[in-house]
Design a protein around this ligand. Structure first.
Ligand SMILES: [Fe+2]
Ligand SMILES: [Fe+2]
Length: 225
């Protein structure tokens, strides 16, 4: 069971950039979709499935270039992308995007792939932190969606067959059950990406400490000589 309330407090500049960027996009999404949760899910899941694939590909290429093991990160990221795509395949059975939304999906994919790739190349830890924050917001949005389904504001409906098969749900499951398992997936991605960012933060600090020690040692050496 995931902690659905978990929030990673920004600790450095990279975290603050990631958090600010996420909140800005959240503001845009809220203004555009309001309470149209089905449509919101379809459009945002087309974006959510991008980072894992881009990051997985870039790490794959890095592993080839540097001839270094990836410590299993590539598979985790590609699995994340595949899982996010299944969220999309599920919600497309629930809500059909409008013409404007289809247009937004195409433009957003073009912009987001390029943007995420550039961010990842400049700062991999910021890129993972951004996804960590995106997923925090996804958990919040799915909790709101679930509330609307539970209080009857949005009519519940039988779970799409694709979701029953993918998550091995009981045959009589409804959309509520699907939203719950999807929210768990999002919480899982949140934790993975925040921990990747934290590991990379640690590596940066270790590297800085090492450089500091080496420069101090060489200074001492010069003084002794
Ligand atoms: Fe998702
Ligand atoms: Fe997600």
């Amino acid at each position: 069971m995931y902690n659905l309330e978990k929030h990673y407090k920004p600790k450095n500049f990279s975290d603050r950039v990631a958090f600010g960027f996420t909140k800005f996009l959240r503001f845009l999404a809220d203004a555009f979709f309001r309470k149209k949760y089905g449509h919101r899910a379809v459009v945002l899941e087309t974006v959510a499935a991008v980072p894992g694939m881009v990051a997985g590909m870039l790490l794959h290429l890095k592993s080839l270039r540097k001839m270094e093991d990836d410590k299993g990160w590539i598979k985790i990221l590609l699995d994340e992308a595949a899982n996010e795509r299944m969220h999309l395949m599920t919600f497309i059975e629930v809500a059909k995007p409008t013409f404007l939304e289809r247009l937004i999906i195409m433009v957003a994919q073009f912009i987001f792939i390029i943007m995420y790739m550039i961010i990842f190349i400049i700062s991999q830890r910021t890129a993972h932190r951004i996804v960590g924050y995106f997923e925090e917001e996804a958990v919040i949005s799915y909790t709101e969606y679930l509330k609307e389904l539970e209080n009857g504001q949005i009519k519940d409906q039988p779970a799409p067959e694709i979701a029953i098969n993918y998550w091995n749900l009981p045959l009589h499951s409804t959309l509520k059950d699907v939203v719950k398992v999807i929210r768990d997936d999002e919480a899982g991605h949140r934790d993975v990406n925040h921990s990747f960012a934290t590991i990379l933060d640690g590596r940066k600090i270790n590297k800085a400490n090492k450089n500091y020690k080496t420069s101090n040692q060489s200074k001492k050496k010069i003084i002794n000589e």
